[in-house]
Design a protein around this ligand. Structure first.
Ligand code: GSH
Length: 216
């Protein structure tokens, strides 16, 4: 059985949890990090000396880094649509996972931390403006990709949608200005129709599930 360590409102924990739910895999999630603490306990440090969540265990294998965890789960328990065997098809998806890692996630994380996790009197306006600019550039890039693709990498749901789509919930729920991006909006609306997304990603910033997000 898969075990995931990490609090439910961590975007990086939400990625494997979303995938696990899409695949209907048996699992256990253990709350650590944030208000739960535990990242500097010897047992946790032995699994991840970086003191970060998520951590995944499957038998003797312990992994950290959310995208490595996604790739492993998809490879072992997933299907060819999510993470194809064909090298070319896989590389197209991997490209968007890497783009998410290098362009979208760092900017979105800084914006989120700067607005939600920083008290108003401690916010650095210049940094926030710069980061907001980077988020908007990345969002527009995704919008133009989505003009010709139903999903971020291809015509089907893949691992790239999980890497990119998780922080989209925060993008669309933060109190920020969003330029008109009809393709991105259509894509986000479709994600919010997925039970796995509603259950694991649409979680309030303080860790509470969004009312109505969990559907039967
Ligand atoms: N690149 C790592 C980043 C992991 C990371 O930054 N995790 C954050 C939560 S999203 C963390 O552990 N923060 C400390 C805490 O939650 O206490 C990944 O994708 O797994």
């Amino acid at each position: 059985m898969l075990t995931i360590w990490g609090r439910a409102n961590s975007a990086n924990v939400q990625k494997p949890m979303w995938l696990i739910a899409e695949l209907g895999l048996e699992h256990e999630r253990i709350d650590v990090g944030g208000p739960f603490g535990g990242l500097d306990q010897p047992d946790f440090l032995a699994m991840n000396p970086n003191k970060l969540i998520p951590v995944m265990q499957d038998g003797d294998l312990v992994l950290w880094e959310s995208h490595a965890i996604l790739r492993y789960i998809a490879e072992i328990y997933g299907n060819d649509a999510l993470w194809p065997v064909d090298a070319e098809a896989r590389a197209r998806i991997d490209m968007w996972i890497e783009w998410s890692s290098s362009s979208w996630i760092p900017a979105m994380t800084q914006l989120f931390m700067g607005i939600i996790r920083t008290p108003a009197d401690k916010r650095d306006k210049a940094t926030l403006e710069r980061v907001y600019g980077a988020v908007t550039i990345a969002a527009k890039r995704a919008d133009s990709q989505l003009a010709t693709h139903p999903h971020i990498a291809t015509d089907r749901m893949t691992l790239a949608d999980i890497a990119f789509g998780t922080l989209l919930y925060r993008y669309f729920t933060l109190e920020i200005e969003r330029p008109d991006m009809p393709n991105l909006e259509r894509y986000y609306t479709a994600l919010t129709e997925r039970n796995a997304y509603r259950t694991h990603v649409m979680i309030n910033y303080d860790g509470l599930r969004v009312p109505g997000a969990e559907r039967p």
